[in-house]
Write a new protein. Structure first.
Length: 326
C-alpha cells in the first residue's frame, strides 16, 4: 500500500503569499484620508450657517440693560419685508436724553450725525454698548439693530436676509425717523462690514449717498477668508453666503474709510487691502478714500479713538483730523 504524502506538513512549509502593499495603501488612504476629508467637508457644508452666525439669543433686551444714563437709550422696532420684527436701540449722543417718543424725534431732528451700526457675527447689541459709547462721545446718535436670529430677534440669518434687513433699517432711519441720508454714516465691523458695503452699493445704484462708509476689520469676501483658514479643504466653493464685498465696493459713491490691524489673525490684513483697492479713489463728493493700517492691533483691537476720528473725518470733513496709525 502506497502511503499518501503529508499535505498538511507540506502546506505549512510552503512560502506565504506576498503582501499586496499597493492595495493596502489604497485601503489606508481611503479609510484614514479620504473618508475623514469628506466627513469634515460634509459637516461644514451642513452646519456652515451655524458656524458663520454663532448667534447669542436672549428672551428680551431692555434699554436699561445698557446701563447708560436714563433717557439716552430707546427701544426701536423695524418690520422686515417678511413681517419679522427687528428689535434694536436708538442711542442718543452723550449728554442727550429724551423722555418720550416726540422728544426722541426732536433729538434726531437736531442735525447731529447718526451712525448706523452693523456689528460682527457674535454676541448681540448688549455687548456692543462700549462701541456705541465711543460714537456717542463723538456727538453722534447711534442706531443699532440686532440681526435676525440674534439677541431677542426671531428668524434665521443668511446673506440674503441680512442684506434685505439692512435696507429695511435704512428705510426706517431715513423715512420713519426722517433722518436725511447725508447725515447717516454706515459703520460695519467684520461681517457687518460686508452687510454695510452691500447696502452702500445698493444705495449708490439708487442715486442715494450717505455721509460715508467706515469698515473695521472686514474682508474682501467670505470665500477668501474661508480659503485662507482651510487651505486644504474645498470649503470656499461650498459656501452659501459668499459676501463678495470687493466686487460691490466698486459701486460705492460715498466716502470710504477702512481700518485694519496688521496682526489680525481672523481676517488677515491682505483681505482688507484687497477690499480697499477695489473702492473708487474718490467719492462722488470728491473725498479721497483712506486706509488706516494699524501696526500692533488684531481683529478686535481697533483703537476706539481712531474710529471716532474716522467719524469726525466724515461728519466734519472741513476739520483737520490728526490720525496716528502707528
Amino acid at each position: 500500500m502506497v502511503e499518501e504524502p503529508d499535505r498538511t506538513q507540506e502546506s505549512k512549509e510552503s512560502p506565504a503569499a506576498p503582501v499586496d502593499w499597493p492595495r493596502r495603501l489604497r485601503r489606508w488612504t481611503i479609510l484614514y484620508v479620504v473618508v475623514p476629508y469628506l466627513a469634515v467637508t460634509l459637516v461644514f457644508a451642513a452646519l456652515q450657517r451655524q458656524l458663520l452666525y454663532p448667534a447669542k439669543t436672549v428672551a428680551a433686551i431692555q434699554p436699561e440693560d445698557a446701563r447708560l444714563p436714563a433717557g439716552q437709550v430707546h427701544a426701536t422696532v423695524a418690520v422686515a419685508s417678511d413681517g419679522l420684527s427687528l428689535n434694536g436701540w436708538l442711542i442718543l449722543a452723550e449728554g442727550q436724553s429724551a423722555d418720550s417718543p416726540s422728544a426722541c424725534d426732536a433729538q434726531l431732528a437736531a442735525g447731529r450725525p447718526l451712525i448706523l451700526c452693523f456689528p460682527g457675527n457674535s454676541g448681540n447689541r448688549l455687548e456692543r454698548v462700549t462701541d456705541c459709547r465711543d460714537f456717542t462721545a463723538a456727538d453722534c446718535d447711534v442706531i443699532l439693530f440686532d440681526y435676525r436670529g440674534y439677541g431677542d430677534n426671531a428668524g434665521h440669518p443668511s446673506e440674503r436676509a441680512l442684506s434685505a434687513d439692512a435696507r429695511v433699517v435704512w428705510n426706517y432711519v431715513t423715512q420713519d425717523r426722517q433722518v436725511s441720508p447725508e447725515r447717516v454714516i454706515l459703520f460695519g465691523e467684520s461681517l457687518g462690514g460686508a452687510v454695510a458695503t452691500r447696502l452702500a452699493s445698493e444705495l449708490a445704484r439708487d442715486g442715494i449717498e450717505p455721509a460715508g462708509l467706515i469698515l473695521s476689520s472686514t474682508f474682501s469676501s467670505m470665500s477668501d477668508v474661508v480659503a485662507w483658514h482651510y487651505p486644504y479643504l474645498p470649503l470656499w466653493c461650498l459656501l452659501l453666503d459668499r459676501y463678495p464685498s470687493s466686487d460691490r465696493i466698486a459701486e460705492v459713491t460715498c466716502p470710504v474709510i477702512v481700518l485694519h490691524g496688521k496682526r489680525d489673525d481672523f481676517v488677515p490684513i491682505e483681505f482688507g487691502r484687497k477690499l480697499f483697492a477695489q473702492a473708487p479713489g474718490k467719492s462722488a463728493s470728491g473725498m479721497e478714500k483712506r486706509f488706516i493700517e494699524l501696526g500692533r492691533e488684531g481683529h478686535n483691537d481697533v483703537p476706539r479713538h481712531l474710529l471716532r476720528e474716522a467719524v469726525f473725518a466724515l461728519a466734519r470733513p472741513n476739520d483737520v483730523v490728526n490720525t496716528d496709525t502707528k
